[in-house]
Design a binder for this molecule. Structure first.
Ligand code: COA
Length: 282
């Protein structure tokens, strides 16, 4: 089946709703899509210079991933290659299908339907969800999450506990995109379709969502998501977690501050040195 044929079939099956489960073509189409994502032949979002964000959402791919959940039934999964030792009075609970509890495998796990390129390093525990794309030479450090459909570029460092949110639904919503050579510092979170452009650095503890204004001290501008565009962190920006005082109402009276990520500079030699040190950890 060619990719355009696969796209057509998946769009038809998605439009069919719950009835798709009965369609004999459904499982084969889903498995073909899953395999194509795993080879990198198709992606949930692709670079597109013609689009205002530089990225195009491939809605049909996300529809196909959702179709996979619709078609899936619960089954027991063997835990291959693990051995555990603990007090015999507290063994691991065993669940079976009849319990109706879904336990997703692994301290570290890469789910089928994710693309993980040659040279990616995964430190346990970490998780890469379906539809994600993780490009060459990227480090996914301990406790890092690459959410469903997130697009991670080449030589990205997702530091310990970095959380890259998944955006599966709505199907036309842009996933989070982290472009090449970005450093996402420890305990950072990037959510809700935010795009982090090439070479940018998020200092440890930076959280970005659609609703987070980002204060660019270098250019004197405030970056925000709009109705049409997600929050976009510019190329080579160095973003650190800051705060801003509330300027009105009770917040001002009470002397409150709100969290405010700040672009303190654009990448320079010192930044490259700081991030190069991180590279040594690979
Ligand atoms: C952002 C980072 C890379 C530093 O980049 P840098 O280019 O060397 O930054 P500089 O030291 O020149 O700092 C520039 C300004 O930002 C401030 N700054 C730097 N890092 C900051 C941080 N994490 N939080 C708040 N402010 C910070 C500096 O104080 C400086 O401001 P000043 O001139 O008013 O003092 C570093 O702070 C960082 O967070 N690294 C990631 C660490 C990490 O998560 N490692 C994970 C290992 S698994």
């Amino acid at each position: 089946m060619t990719i355009p044929q696969l796209q057509e079939t998946i769009e038809r099956l998605f439009a069919a709703g719950p009835a798709a489960v009965e369609d004999p073509a459904a499982m084969d189409s889903f498995l073909a899509l899953r395999a194509a994502i795993e080879t990198g032949a198709v992606r949930a979002a692709s670079p597109d210079p013609a689009s205002p964000t530089g990225w195009r959402v491939n809605t049909w791919v996300k529809q196909g991933i959702l179709l996979g959940f619709r078609l899936g039934v619960l089954e027991e999964l063997p835990a291959v290659g693990f051995s555990f030792v603990d007090k015999h009075t507290y063994p691991a609970r065993h669940f079976s299908v009849s319990d109706g509890v879904r336990v997703v495998p692994g301290g570290s796990s890469v789910r089928a339907g994710a693309y993980v390129a040659h040279g990616v390093v995964c430190m346990p525990p970490m998780y890469i969800n379906a539809g994600a794309y993780v490009d060459e030479g990227t480090m996914v450090d301990s406790h890092a999450l690459v959410g469903s459909c997130a697009q991670i570029g080449k030589r990205v460092h997702l530091s310990a506990a970095a959380q890259i949110g998944g955006v599966l639904e709505p199907v036309n919503a842009s996933p989070v995109v982290i472009e090449d050579d970005v450093l996402i510092g420890g305990n950072s979170g990037v959510y809700e379709g935010t795009i982090v452009r090439k070479g940018a650095v998020l200092a440890a503890g930076t959280i970005l969502t659609r609703g987070t204004p980002v204060f660019d001290l270098v250019n004197g501008t405030i970056l925000r998501a709009t109705a049409d565009l997600p929050l976009i962190i510019p190329e080579n920006a160095v973003v650190v977690p800051g705060s801003r005082s509330v300027s009105k109402g009770k917040g001002q009276e009470w002397g409150l501050s709100l969290y405010a990520p700040v672009i303190v500079k654009y990448r320079d030699d010192k930044t490259s040195l700081s991030t190069a040190l991180e590279d040594l950890l690979r």
